[in-house]
Ligand binder design. Structure first.
Ligand code: CU
Length: 386
């Protein structure tokens, strides 16, 4: 039974007068109690100290492991091939002038009810910037592959001949077709043929779809097909250009021996070069041209393999923008239009004032890596700061 504190106090027996013997007993009891308490405390303290030491040791081991991990990561990071962006030999200007540009002018549409296209894949060394050599896998000897121009409603007959040493394929974004059949791998020395109806107008990417696709595209296996509506459907354009954007990931500088692909860079999306039509800055030294007041139409594909292109013409607006290559309608007077990797867009500009008008991806890191060209309007001299 519990008592109230006051009653408890009252039940306590009266304390006798202390004498020395009692004092000794009290001290002994106290010491006994102290020992009884101290020993577990000391044991506990010892155990705690041991635990603390164990904890400290574990923490140190963890820190060491983390440190080792960081050092490993740092070592791995430093093991990545360095950037070779913007490398240029001493005669880069002369090489850029001598470079035969990729033909950006839209070629005539293929005639007849069936557009017959034969692509021959070859392993070739190409130039991707002044003095920079690259071991490419290329449709028809260059990157991009040839511009294919057909009319909406036309049948397109594609033949791919594999002149390389590993399997390749060709995937047309303009086609509505079973990819497991049409886009299947072709062994070296073999060919494949398939046909599709060009039902949808626009500008589309074509590319090798063999695994790893990242490597096959990055190595140069891409191009553009323009599916133009019937004559008279689109507003008149005085000049038409095709621009294919792509980036390059180099295993070496490419100045002496040709570079090949660096897959770590490709996965990290840290290209050494970004280009219009496969060669850095080629339309700066050799501008595309127009007369003042002409309507210039750009058919743009972003081949990637991974970068989008934010299409912009410095010094003007896009008078018409068929965004995503949707030819059913256009936007008017827009400044910049994104073209997604694997996508397309069609853009008209009409520039009245003579001058040099850069066309870029307004994602300016790409400009620094080579994705810039000039539209020269009128007979003007000089160059641009962009
Ligand atoms: Cu391929």
């Amino acid at each position: 039974m519990a008592f109230p504190a006051s009653e408890k106090l009252q039940t306590r027996p009266a304390t006798p007068e202390p004498d020395s013997g009692a004092l000794i007993k009290v001290v002994a009891v106290f010491l006994g109690l102290a020992v009884g308490v101290l020993i577990p405390v000391l044991v506990w303290m010892g155990a705690s100290a041991q635990n603390a030491r164990n904890d400290a040791r574990a923490a140190a081991q963890k820190a060491a492991t983390l440190r080792a991990g960081h050092e490993h990561a740092a070592a791995a990071a430093t093991a990545v091939t360095p950037s070779f962006a913007a490398l240029a030999p001493a005669n880069a200007d002369a090489l850029a002038l001598a470079h035969k540009t990729y033909p950006a002018v839209l070629p005539a549409a293929l005639p007849g009810p069936v557009a017959d296209v034969h692509l021959v894949l070859k392993d070739v060394v190409i130039q991707i910037a002044p003095g920079i050599k690259y071991s490419a896998w290329a449709f028809a000897g260059g990157a991009p592959g040839p511009v294919i121009h057909v009319r909406q409603g036309q049948t397109v007959k594609i033949t791919l001949t594999n002149g390389g040493v590993i399997p390749h394929s060709v995937d047309f974004h303009a086609a509505r077709i079973a990819p497991n059949l049409a886009f299947r791998d072709v062994d070296p020395g073999k060919s494949i043929t398939y046909t599709f109806k060009a039902t949808d107008p626009g500008v589309f990417m074509y590319h090798c779809g063999t695994k790893p696709v990242l490597a096959h595209i990055a190595n140069g296996m891409y191009g553009a097909i323009v599916v133009e509506p019937a004559a008279g459907v689109l507003p008149h354009a005085d000049r038409q250009y095709v621009l294919v954007a792509s980036e390059w990931y180099l295993s070496s500088p490419g100045l002496t021996a040709p570079a090949s692909i660096d897959m770590a860079k490709a996965h990290a999306q840290t290209p050494d070069w970004v280009t219009w039509n496969g060669y850095a800055g080629q339309y700066v030294k050799h501008p595309l041209v127009a007369k003042p007041g002409e309507t210039v139409r750009f058919w743009v594909v972003a081949a990637g393999p991974s970068f989008d292109t934010d299409f912009h013409v410095v010094g003007t607006l896009l008078d018409r923008a068929w965004v995503n290559g949707d030819m059913t309608h256009f936007q008017r007077n827009v400044q910049t239009v994104p073209v997604p990797a694997g996508g397309g867009g069609v853009f008209d500009v009409k520039i009245g004032k003579p001058g040099l008008y850069p066309f870029v991806s307004h994602s300016f890191a790409s400009v620094d890596l080579g994705q810039v060209g000039l539209l020269k309007v009128g007979n003007v001299k000089g160059t641009m700061s962009h």
